[in-house]
Write a protein that binds this ligand. Structure first.
Ligand SMILES: Nc1ncnc2c1ncn2[C@@H]1O[C@H](COP(=O)(O)O)[C@@H](OP(=O)(O)O)[C@H]1O
Ligand SMILES: [Mg+2]
Ligand SMILES: [Mg+2]
Ligand SMILES: [Mg+2]
Length: 339
């Protein structure tokens, strides 16, 4: 109660309260903003969970890829041309798979950077969230969690690799892929085959569910190359490794990495080295790079440089992939060709 004779003006009370709030804000503003910054910085993510959600995303995307192909409802379009003038195709399989894969990861881990080859052209967003079940094969190989700062992670998605071959109904080459890079290094790779249901995954430091073959021909390697974006790769290999080198043309960057390994899938090409000399993008190659790295192999540019999976999607230096071989020696052999 106010003392007798003193009347509290509402305006005065309001000004007094505002001044009080100002003093409190002044005292605590630094603390509050520091707390917010610490919360943002402190966000971390478990790599084992990311592996499991990546497998689930690749499988769910793959179901769309298969359904659209089975229904023969591709709605094929062209996105434009590659630098070499090949048509970059886009189908309903690419788009539907993108929606499943991208939103499953993004709805579960909204603060992660997720880069997909495709973009959503429908207003309505998928609302699915990952059920957080870690499959038993992943639990066995990766028995505990590994937390990394969320802002060190870049996820790369290829909702349908080998779209050209998909339109030609060459189903064996088609994959869906997810890759997780930490500070630009590929750490988790998933390559899924929608038409056989086979999934290869691996995590650097933990191994995976796919193995290298028992032996490789290092002296006279058989080389797997693109069938639809080859450029002058045959001439390049002929003069670097010899004109009698066996060259295997195949579709899909995911497929070509699996051809270096021993996948428990249907019939497969068997190659010793994978070479690509034209432009290629990081969603095409990151998952294969992570799997090879996890199993003791290498994927580099043609000059032997590691590829940084941050920032721009472009990889301009070509590709050289091998496992259980002297990768540096291969780089030297190709270097002679470049002169
Ligand atoms: N010169 C190039 N420019 C752009 N993308 C290329 C390319 N060469 C290969 N790619 C992409 O790399 C993937 C594998 O190609 P290839 O089968 O020729 O080896 C394909 O991915 P998508 O099918 O996901 O677009 C293809 O589009
Ligand atoms: Mg494409
Ligand atoms: Mg691709
Ligand atoms: Mg693609």
């Amino acid at each position: 109660m106010a003392p007798m004779g003193i009347r509290l003006s509402p305006l005065g009370v309001a000004v007094f309260c505002l001044l009080g709030l100002g003093v409190i804000y002044h005292l605590y503003a630094g603390v509050i903003s520091n707390r917010i910054a610490a919360f943002k910085q402190g966000k971390s993510v478990d790599l084992r969970e990311l592996l499991a959600v990546s497998v689930e995303a690749a499988v769910q995307g793959g179901r769309e890829v298969k359904r659209i192909r089975d229904e023969n409802n591709l709605e094929e379009k062209s996105k434009g041309k590659t630098k070499e003038g090949a048509s970059e195709k886009l189908t309903l399989g690419d788009l539907n798979s993108h929606r499943k894969m991208f939103y499953l990861i993004k709805n579960t881990f909204p603060y992660l950077q997720v880069n997909s080859e495709e973009h959503d052209n429908q207003g309505e967003q998928e609302t699915a969230v990952w059920n957080r079940v870690i499959p038993s094969d992943i639990q066995q190989k990766v028995p505990s969690s590994t937390e990394v700062p969320a802002d060190s992670v870049t996820v790369w998605i290829d909702p349908l690799d080998a779209t050209q071959e998909y339109t030609e109904n060459l189903r064996q080459y088609v994959t869906t892929m997810v890759c997780v890079a930490v500070n630009g290094e590929p750490v988790i790779g998933v390559i899924h085959k929608p038409f056989t249901g086979y999934t290869a995954w691996a995590m650097v430091g933990a191994g995976g569910n796919v193995e290298a073959r028992a032996s490789y021909n290092e002296k006279a390697p058989q080389v797997i190359v693109s069938r639809s974006h080859a450029g002058k790769v045959k001439e390049f290999i002929g003069s670097a490794l010899g004109n009698d080198t066996v060259i295997i043309p195949a579709g899909g960057a995911g497929y070509k990495v699996l051809a270096l390994l021993d996948p428990t899938d249907e019939k497969y090409d068997k190659a010793d080295v994978y070479i690509h000399i034209t432009f290629i993008k990081k969603w095409d190659i990151c998952a294969g790079n992570a799997i090879l790295k996890a199993l003791g192999g290498h994927m580099t540019t043609l000059k032997g440089e590691e590829i940084d999976y941050r920032g721009s999607e472009a990889n301009n230096g070509g590709l050289l992939a091998s496992i259980h071989m002297d990768h540096n020696l291969l780089v030297e052999r190709l270097d002679k060709e470049r002169g």
